[in-house]
Design a binder for this molecule. Structure first.
Ligand code: GDP
Length: 306
């Protein structure tokens, strides 16, 4: 069964990890958000691509869910002594990735080729695709500080500012990276991971061509909102600040134009009758590898019933 998943970073990576353990590598493709990418110290950083590839390569920090396992921080501590900008924590192994990515991009290789090269080097056999090779940047318009780039909002300001609006600069003229439309077209089903709908999945689905390709497929989404809250990060806060009560039902409505099925947590069972398409009510909180595998298997079984 061929599955294509859409993913952001930490929440998405947990389900992708589960899927990678129940599917053959050739059965799984992942389209990853690059709206969070940014240039820092002259380096091109792709936080979501790195989280997904570090996870599939068995190199992810199991405690934070992002960054590398057994990481050291010599560069950033040396930078701190000099009074440099240290708000974005860069480990030494992580830094090597950004250095090499930037070198290759500067030589003219597109991000999709660089990602493919890195996957090969790390022995990752699943197809990992950035959503686009173009510069699409998530911009958060806030009440207190006006427009902030995503990392300024998320990391530097710890997502405290109140969100007024979100837009994706450059998206109108962007096109899907090579392989993205094919991965959607060839899939037996598409899974929207439990990632932040506003800033991890919307940038992907809003790229011209991707939304219309998605609408032709059987798609299910797993809610990242459980009992009105996000497990981590600003997803619930964003729903509230956009004037929507955060809930799994709100996530369903956010994606409803695409969906054939929806997965929500046991905790939200009482609200499943508000969702007018087939639902799977199950444990979606992934604390262990076994939780990831169980959810992935349940999601695939559910998809096969649709
Ligand atoms: P980011 O780009 O690193 O912020 O990561 P994502 O957008 O992929 O994921 C963030 C979302 O993942 C948050 O809204 C969390 O609520 C959700 N999330 C994290 N862990 C879990 C989990 O174990 N289960 C579910 N259902 N959602 C999760």
């Amino acid at each position: 069964m061929k599955i294509t998943a859409l993913a952001g970073g930490v929440g998405g990576a947990k389900l992708i990890d589960g899927l990678s353990r129940v599917l053959n590598p050739s059965e799984l493709s992942v389209i990853v958000n690059t709206g969070d990418d940014f240039i820092h110290y002259g380096l091109h950083i792709s936080p979501d691509l790195d989280t997904i590839t570090y996870t599939l390569g068995g190199m992810a920090n199991p405690f934070s869910g992002w960054g590398r396992f057994e990481e050291t921080y010599n560069m950033i501590s040396s930078l701190e002594v000099l009074g440099g900008q240290t708000w974005f924590l860069l480990g030494d192994k992580d830094l090597a990735v950004h250095l090499e990515r930037t070198r290759l991009l500067n030589q003219g290789y597109p991000l999709s080729s660089v990602t493919s090269k890195f996957c090969h080097a790390w022995g990752i056999k699943q197809l990992i695709l950035p959503m686009t090779d173009n510069d699409v940047r998530t911009v958060i318009d806030t009440v207190e500080s006006g427009e902030l780039s995503f990392q300024q909002y998320f990391v530097e300001n710890k997502y405290r500012p109140q969100v007024k609006n979100i837009h994706f600069s450059g998206i109108e003229t962007a096109s899907p990276a090579p392989g993205v439309l094919e991965a959607i077209e060839q899939a037996d089903g598409v899974i929207i991971s439990p990632s932040n709908p506003w800033v991890s999945i919307d940038p992907i689905s809003h790229i011209p061509g991707i939304g219309s390709a998605l609408k032709k497929k059987i798609i299910i989404a797993v809610s990242p909102i459980i009992s009105g809250s996000a497990i981590k990060g600003p997803a619930a806060k964003m729903f509230s600040e956009m004037g929507i009560q955060p809930s799994s039902v709100a996530v369903f409505r956010h994606y409803s134009q695409y969906l054939s099925g929806f997965v929500l947590d046991n905790i939200d069972k009482s609200r499943s009758h508000e969702i007018p398409i087939p639902t799977l009510v199950t444990q979606t909180i992934m604390k262990s590898t076994q939780d990831r595998v169980s959810l992935a298997q349940s999601v695939i079984d559910f998809l096969q019933t649709l």
